[in-house]
Design a protein around this ligand. Structure first.
Ligand code: ZN
Length: 357
């Protein structure tokens, strides 16, 4: 299904391709405008394209761009899936494609949103105090220093190596990427309240799934794991009924909770919150996490991006180099990467449709 499909060069291009594929597939479309503008001054939207019976009691949701820049792959997979649906009879479960859940990050080639917030750390219970991450605080000035000169990079890498020596790689990953709520200019920052995309998604899921009996959710991510490999990551505890369904539908599923995943245990990821947002629906959700380059290269790109947006000018010519660095960390424009990533998505989507049919 990847034949002739390459990764979009910009949010604008991704959106145009997605909307064209949706129109060709005779999908029902709705577009929700974001309050801010994109990198090229373009308007930003979350677009929802839907195929299949409007009143289906079973639904498959496919989401791209939770982490902005990771949407370049997600968009291409959604587009190819939509193209394969053109002319297919409308029965069975409905398929709902949510394009660019975090359109600002997508357009600005950032993993975070317009508030420097990691959307997958933002779905905590805001009635409670945000989770503490004291050890992140000790590393905050090292991770996101005041400038990004060669000297600063060298010094901070030495500091990080010392911490690595002290706590080990798994613990360091947990401290850095598990989520933090005290350093707004830092990395993996969860914010102070539900952000725009969070509020929209809550409202959308509450309304869209109100009369849906069972839903599968496929959330598309990149930047962790071996090149082209799509790890299936569960937000559910390994002994839960939801995890049992995930394993039954999709086979080899790792969990955030038991150290089996390439990801740290997160606070505030939206798949973990989804069952509460649609309490009448049995939700079986999975994140597909596609690998790109090594984790140090990915983290270096996120640090460069955070320094740029904290202390630099994202519209300057120098900022383009940072965006190039981030793009190269979260996707591979070599067509063989997309071709390698595609079968996993296809298999997961087909299994979800079969389980719900
Ligand atoms: Zn992600």
């Amino acid at each position: 299904m990847a034949d002739g499909v390459s990764l979009p060069r910009s949010y604008r291009e991704a959106r145009e391709d997605f909307l064209l594929a949706a129109t060709t597939a005779a999908a029902r479309l709705r577009s929700v405008e974001h309050p801010l503008k994109g990198l090229e001054g373009e308007d930003l939207f979350v677009d929802v394209a839907e195929v299949g019976p409007e009143d289906a009691t079973e639904v498959v949701l496919v989401v791209s761009g939770t982490h902005g820049v990771e949407g370049y792959l997600g968009s291409a997979l959604q587009r190819a899936h939509l193209e394969s649906l053109a002319g297919v009879a409308a029965d069975g479960p409905a398929i709902v494609f949510i394009h660019a859940l975090n359109p600002y990050g997508f357009s600005w080639v950032r993993r975070v949103n317009e508030d420097n917030v990691d959307l997958n750390r933002n779905f905590i219970d805001w009635a409670e105090p945000a989770p503490a991450n004291r050890e992140y605080g000790e590393l905050a000035a090292t991770l996101v220093p005041g400038d990004w000169s060669a000297e600063t990079q060298e010094r901070t890498l030495i500091e990080m190596a010392a911490k690595l020596e002290e706590v080990g790689i798994d613990r360091l990953q947990q401290i850095v990427s598990g989520g933090q709520y005290d350093h707004p200019a830092g990395v993996f920052y969860g914010g102070t309240e539900p952000v725009w995309s969070n509020r929209w998604l809550q409202a959308f899921l509450g309304e869209r799934l109100a009369f849906v009996r069972r839903a599968a959710i496929i959330d598309l991510h990149t930047g962790l794991g071996p090149w082209g490999h799509g790890e299936l990551i569960s937000s559910e505890p390994p002994d839960s009924a939801a995890h049992a369904r995930q394993a039954d539908w999709w086979g080899d599923v790792t969990s955030l909770h038991d150290g089996s995943s390439v990801s740290a245990l997160l606070s505030g990821d939206w798949l973990a919150a989804a069952p509460e947002l649609a309490p009448a629906t049995e939700i079986t959700g999975i994140a597909i996490e596609y690998g790109t380059v090594d984790s140090i290269t990915v983290l270096q790109s996120l640090r460069a991006d955070a320094v740029l947006h904290a202390n630099g000018d994202p519209t300057s010519p120098e900022a383009e180099a940072v965006r190039t660095q981030v793009r190269a960390a979260f996707l591979d424009d070599d067509p063989s990467w997309l071709a390698t990533c595609t079968p996993r998505y296809r298999g997961v989507a087909e299994a979800a449709l079969a389980a719900l049919s």
